[in-house]
Design a binder for this molecule. Sequence first.
Ligand code: FAD
Length: 288
Amino acid sequence: MTTPQISFEFFPPQSLEASFRLWDTVHTLSPLGPRFVSVTYGAGGTTRELTRDAVATLHKTSGLNVAAHLTCVNATREETLAIADTFAEAGVTDIVALRGDPPKGQGAFRPHPGGFGNSVELIEALADTGRFTIRVGAYPDIHPDAAHDTADVDWLKRKLDAGADEALTQFFFEAETFFRFRDACEKAGIDKPITPGILPIENWKGARRFAKMCGTKIPAWVENAFDKAERDGREDLLATAICTELCSDLIEGGVDKLHFYTLNRPELTRDVCHALGIVPKVTLQNVA
Ligand code: FAD
């Protein structure tokens, strides 16, 4: 089995305790040599300043390639591009460009007056600057806003044609779901990389809630396995086994890059990476 390249998603800390947790996560995972780490942008455009500060600090102190998430929500075009400028000025030129989810209670996404109307418009504007490597979201299970079964593939093609370089998928539970999506993308003429997003399940109830919210289908065998593991107090073992098997199946099916949603909890992601043969890179500095 070949060893895949990996990347990690973090979220910006909102308290001193959360800052220490992020720091610990970065320290635990960075020796695994990620090709980049990304920092989310709070739903509804919240955490704008926190994302900016976390991105700049990580870039300055970690030596890692950092990507900043950016959404169209709750800001004019000028404000959104000004945030992208602050990332670039801090030396961060990788952006995960998203439409974003509407603020709580708003229902469907409605563009901000004067804001980008959708993700394609944001990608075009970022690509026009010529300053950024642009990654975008993709949805192997159908996104709740998709007009029909293949709408996500058509829209992803629009986003990549607008200037994005790579797609990172929403999490899913079975490798087959990703392979079906990859095949449909290939058939639609998409030739840019599509990297599967992997959620190591630290907390089944939270993951279940999140899956329902974003349209990720939960197979019955996963529900049953977690119910049983919960009764036996062995959720951690099951989570490691399920996640490692999913990654192995993906690698066997030709996947060479994995993107982990760490939720700033490094242990499970680290254990899965170790099981896949991704081990800390030994440098002269860290053996001295
Ligand atoms: P899009 O791909 O633009 O839209 C999602 C789907 O809706 C499309 O596939 C298409 O079927 C349909 N659609 C939308 N607009 C149109 C249109 N104009 N015409 C036709 N079809 C349309 N959210 C955050 O708030 N902050 C984050 O940091 C964040 N990070 C994420 C990272 C990744 C890798 C992923 C996969 C998601 C992330 N999200 C984040 C969640 C994301 O904001 C939501 O899934 C949101 O609902 C869609 O954003 P998008 O840019 O992927 O949408």
